[in-house]
Design a protein around this ligand. Structure first.
Ligand code: ZN
Length: 333
């Protein structure tokens, strides 16, 4: 039996419940859903977290579908899914909530006396870390970008070799073609949530192997990315010996060891013909920006680059991110 937030789940059973995480001004109670699938056999507990950013849906959706389909007779260990880790941002259909505008993936391990986002982070982490032997933290790129699924693993100072090895094994098994390794000792040009207070970083520091699955685009549920996430979860479960299925992944996996955002130096309308997963040679065209006049600003690749994500919503201001690219990568042998 496993007891999560005081709810007892017997081996071989599934449970769904919600826990109150705060109250709005008009007294509405904010609830966060939790799914527990307890295997018939003993084994590790895999925590699947989603929607820490309120509009990032594909991974959670995959975990929910899988939690209903999986045969608990053949399952060794438990799945714990927190599909809407940030219900207040979920309600806003946005990365953060209007209540405190805080990025929850900079807020872990949370603060029980902090702002609402910090308090919810605390309520989630404090309970689930007691159970979790491994974490998949699901994200997507923000809604203005299109990107094929990719994974991200971080090298965090002070984390043991063994934890890093397991995290690497999980990331590889997850099985998507594009994979990033971010060394926090040298990472630059990253968004704040990538480098501090993120759930995966916090787990790694606490001895829980973790990586992030970035499954497409925010603000929508896309079948092909949901299916990639489902296969990825099953692959990780196989790697952790929770199920007996074979690991299924693409023939070629890419490991990106340096990456950066390209930002616009002007405003206007951006159009591009490149796609996520493409390799562009130095000097190759990335995108054009114009304001319906004769002047067209062309952005070319300064170095060889691998397209992780590209601007899809074309309206850009100075400083907006127009592409997310790998600048050092190799085939993952
Ligand atoms: Zn995110």
């Amino acid at each position: 039996m496993v007891t999560v937030y005081g709810n007892n789940v017997e081996m071989g059973e599934r449970a769904y419940f919600t826990i109150p995480v705060g109250e709005l001004a008009h007294k509405a109670v904010v609830e966060m859903p939790v799914i527990v699938v307890a295997g018939k056999k003993k084994g590790p507990t895999l925590w699947i977290n989603g929607t820490v950013h309120g509009d990032e849906l594909n991974g959670s959706y995959a975990a929910w579908e899988l939690s209903r389909e999986i045969n608990t007779e053949n399952l060794a260990g438990n799945l714990i899914v927190t599909p809407v880790c940030n219900p207040v941002a979920f309600e806003c259909r946005n990365k953060t909530s209007d209540i405190d505008n805080m990025d929850m993936d900079t807020a872990f391990p949370g603060d029980p006396r902090g702002m609402l986002t910090q308090r919810i982070a605390y309520l989630v982490y404090e309970e689930i870390k007691k159970h979790a032997d491994a974490l998949i933290s699901f994200h997507t790129m923000a809604t203005p970008y299109s990107a094929d699924p990719y994974s991200v693993r971080k090298i965090v100072p002070g984390v043991s070799k063994q934890i890093n090895q397991t995290a690497e094994g999980m990331q590889r098994a997850f099985g998507v073609a594009t994979n990033c390794l971010v060394d926090l000792r040298s990472a630059s040009n990253e968004l704040p949530g990538v480098t501090s207070g993120a759930l995966d970083i916090t787990c790694l520091k606490d001895g829980i192997p973790a990586f992030m699955g970035e499954m497409g685009q925010g603000g929508k549920i896309e079948d092909s990315y949901v299916n990639a996430a489902k296969q990825g979860i099953l692959n990780v479960m196989s790697y952790l010996s929770m199920i007996g299925e074979e690991i299924i992944k693409p023939y070629k996996q890419i490991l990106i060891t340096k990456r950066k955002f390209l930002r616009s130096n002007c405003g206007g309308l951006a159009t591009s013909n490149v796609r996520s997963g493409e390799e562009i040679k130095a000097g190759g065209s990335l995108l054009d920006i114009h304001y319906y006049g004769d002047q067209i600003n062309s952005y070319c690749a300064e170095t060889d680059c691998y397209i992780i994500g590209i601007r899809e919503n074309p309206i850009v201001n100075t400083g907006d991110r127009v592409a997310f690219v790998g600048t050092e990568w190799s085939e993952w042998q």
